[in-house]
Design a protein around this ligand. Structure first.
Ligand SMILES: N=CN[C@@H](CCC(=O)O)C(=O)O
Ligand SMILES: [Zn+2]
Length: 398
């Protein structure tokens, strides 16, 4: 995914200086504060990479110049958790939830049926539409999971489509146990960790499991461990859906297997927080899920105070979060999860990059990808201060 649409992206060998930046968020720890912010700044972009960063007064000359008129520029958002390749619509399920019904993952089966019935062109069109929405809102890196095929060919097909838009693809054959395997869950776990993984590993960077004892069709700790260890042995890196619907073993399992991230973290006990604080696993929080399922928000403050690296992502999917908006996730994190605007922006950029083990995105430093989002605002605070307002501007670098 490049930075077309709502983001700046340099191209060709010519250098362009982007100047008139009222506030530049770099996330560069060498610059001191949380966001590595630079006032009255400039960035030189060459060949799609950042070639220079600093005060505008010191900027080197370049082949072309773009003045953003005092606006804020931030790293393009890193949406490290989506299920953006699917067919079908679950609006009725959403209406029922807003009327008081609880989410338990049961609706996933409806999306599996619709996805299996859709042809590649329909799935591709839906995926591209969502990616275009993301770009227009400043997302420049996106992860996409399988998980609505749940057969060897079905999962491989979704990953093939996902690879058309991103290198960050995740094998989620262990999303739920399909109804046909309800009486023999072990057979499905063996299928996922065996032939399905063999077909999908060449198409994925990551292996993920929905580990949730509170959802009868998701996977318990032993089942999840088996799939994750098989994925790791096949060369994939691990991530986990955990502690979304209630307390459970997902977080500790993620830390145990060295997962890059454990996502949701809605229900955590002290041992979970301690394990995350002592380990290297990112806690990826998904506040659009709590919004769309009328659930309690995770306690980001508690995680940050324990020294845990926090990421924010959309979890775009047709069941729990049919949204592509990282700015809205930031606004919710500030309003509902007690993050400061700076912490929330950092989590949506450098935090997401850490959750994907990437150091070339989520930052504006020399050598990083020139994935920049220009805000129609004087500071990053407006991302939370003006919720629901489209602030990301396109910038043509020629
Ligand atoms: N929790 C599991 N998977 C998705 C929901 C998928 C669905 O309901 O279709 C999630 O991250 O919330
Ligand atoms: Zn998810």
């Amino acid at each position: 995914m490049s930075g077309e649409g709502g983001a700046v992206r340099g191209g060709g060998a010519a250098a362009t200086v982007v100047t008139g930046i009222g506030e530049l968020v770099t996330n560069d720890p060498a610059r001191g504060d949380l966001l590595g912010a630079v006032g009255d700044a400039a960035v030189v972009v060459q060949d799609g990479r950042v070639a220079w960063v600093g005060p505008a007064a010191d900027a080197p000359s370049a082949d072309a110049r773009v003045d953003v008129g005092g606006r804020a520029v931030v790293p393009g958002f890193v949406d490290s958790h989506t299920h953006a390749v699917f067919a079908g619509d679950r609006a009725a399920e959403f209406v029922a939830r807003m009327a008081g019904e609880r989410y338990d993952g049961g609706g996933i089966a409806a999306t599996v049926a619709a996805t299996r019935a859709a042809d590649d062109d329909a799935l591709r069109a839906g995926l591209r539409r969502l990616v275009a929405e993301m770009r227009a809102q400043g997302t420049t890196t996106v992860e996409v999971k399988s998980g609505y095929g749940l057969t060897v060919d079905g999962e491989a097909r979704l990953l093939r489509l996902a690879r058309e838009v991103t290198t960050e693809t995740t094998f989620l054959g262990a999303h739920v146990v399909p109804p046909a395997y309800a009486r023999d869950r072990g057979a499905y776990v063996d299928l996922v960790a065996g032939p399905m993984l063999a077909a999908c590993a060449p198409l994925a960077r990551w292996v993920d499991v929905f580990c949730e004892p509170a959802a009868p069709t998701a996977f318990d700790a032993d089942e999840a461990r088996h799939v994750l260890r098989a994925g790791i042995a096949a060369g994939l890196a691990a991530r986990v859906h955990g502690n979304q619907l209630g307390p459970g073993p997902g977080v500790r399992l993620a830390v145990e297997v060295g997962a890059a991230s454990v996502d949701h973290c809605t229900y955590l006990d002290d041992d979970d927080v301690d394990a995350l604080g002592a380990g290297d696993t990112v806690a990826t929080l998904l506040p659009l899920v709590e919004l769309s399922t009328r659930s309690p928000y995770p306690d980001a403050r508690r995680l940050l105070d324990a020294g845990v690296t926090v990421a924010l992502a959309t979890d775009c999917n047709p069941g729990t979060s049919f949204s592509t908006s990282m700015p809205l996730a930031i606004a919710l994190a500030v309003r509902e999860m007690r993050m400061t605007p700076g912490e929330a922006l950092r989590a949506a950029t450098a935090g997401g990059a850490r959750a994907l083990r990437r150091d070339d995105v989520g930052v504006v430093v020399v050598g990083a990808r020139a994935d920049l989002a220009v805000l129609d605002a004087p500071s990053h605070v407006h991302l939370a201060y003006r919720p629901g307002v489209p602030l990301v501007r396109a910038l043509d670098l020629g």
